[in-house]
Design a protein around this ligand. Structure first.
Ligand code: SAM
Length: 275
């Protein structure tokens, strides 16, 4: 298991509260009631932003009023989107306390606090009773999880029978050896990638079935191309992934794109079931 303080330092990259406040002030979004859509440029903390969240949502069998767990919820952007879109209740947990604080503030200003609750927690030891949730998902988190079998077995344990588990990740490609620094790790110390075959094996081992996997490399390459080569005519937007990821976000995104192109990494989406 990685040191929790290292994870907070990596993900927040300095005073994230001030960076977010400054960007929100410049965007004229402070002290206002907002729609969740106004926060999409800043609260979807993964490559491809809201498009990736929508894609995963299209594959998740969420029903109205269900209770859903978001493991590694970040700033709660995906949770707010799914709660609104599917009219469900979402509990999010994340190991980075500052993300949870900002995320709950975003819940308040978008009037979503009655639908989405974010808490500090570690996906490798979930603080919930067995069979609590109708479904669970985890977007771009597992790359940081050294105890992958434990992480999957915890997701399985807290799901009700018939529940689903969905996640997106960058797996290890056939060539291996990704180029650091990456969006999820500056060095090998925080990166624990597995080939998709091994991921499937572990999911089955902990009890999941009906496992469906889709490779998404091409979508990520074009998403990273747009992010790292914006039109020269366009000014850098005030709100964007750079506010959260800091100055090195561009270099880390370029490395992630190259890693996919060179088959060092392989992004994919998985949906499976607890029967
Ligand atoms: C790329 S961000 C994704 C955030 C969010 N899922 C999203 O898509 O907007 C990865 C997140 O995983 C969280 N994380 C990393 N290791 C974790 C762990 N063991 N338990 C819970 N969260 C973790 C980080 O704090 C970070 O918020």
């Amino acid at each position: 298991m990685v040191n929790e303080e290292d994870v907070e330092v990596f993900w927040t990259r300095g005073d994230i509260h001030s960076r977010v406040h400054l960007a929100m002030t410049k965007a004229n979004l402070v002290d206002k009631k907002l729609e969740i859509e106004e926060l999409f440029p800043i609260d979807q903390y993964h490559a491809r932003g809201i498009a990736a969240t929508v894609d995963l949502g299209n594959r998740m069998p969420i029903k109205k009023n269900q209770s859903i767990l978001d493991i590694g919820c970040g700033l709660g952007g995906p949770a707010r989107y799914y709660a609104k879109e599917f009219e469900c209740i979402i509990t999010g947990i994340d190991i980075t306390p500052s993300f949870v604080e900002i995320g709950n503030e975003f819940n308040k200003i978008t009037s979503m606090s009655n639908k989405v609750e974010l808490k500090v927690g570690n996906g490798e030891i979930l603080d919930f009773q067995n069979e609590t949730f109708d479904g669970a998902y985890s977007q771009h988190v597992t790359m940081n999880i050294s105890e992958r079998e434990k992480f999957f077995s915890e997701a399985f344990r807290v799901l009700k029978k018939g529940g689903f588990f969905a996640f997106t990740e960058h797996g290890l490609g056939v060539k291996g050896n990704p180029i650091f620094p990456l969006p999820w790790a500056d060095t090998e110390k925080m990166s624990f990638l597995l080939p998709p075959k091994e991921t499937m094996f572990l999911l089955k081992k902990v009890g999941f079935s009906n496992i469906e996997i889709i490779e998404t490399g091409d979508k990520y390459i074009s998403g990273y191309e747009k992010l790292t080569n914006p039109s020269p005519k366009k000014e850098k937007p005030i709100l964007g992934i750079h506010v959260i990821g800091g100055e090195s976000m561009k270099e880390r995104s370029v490395n992630s794109m190259k890693s996919i192109k060179e088959n060092r990494t392989l992004p994919f989406e998985v949906v499976c079931k607890k029967q």
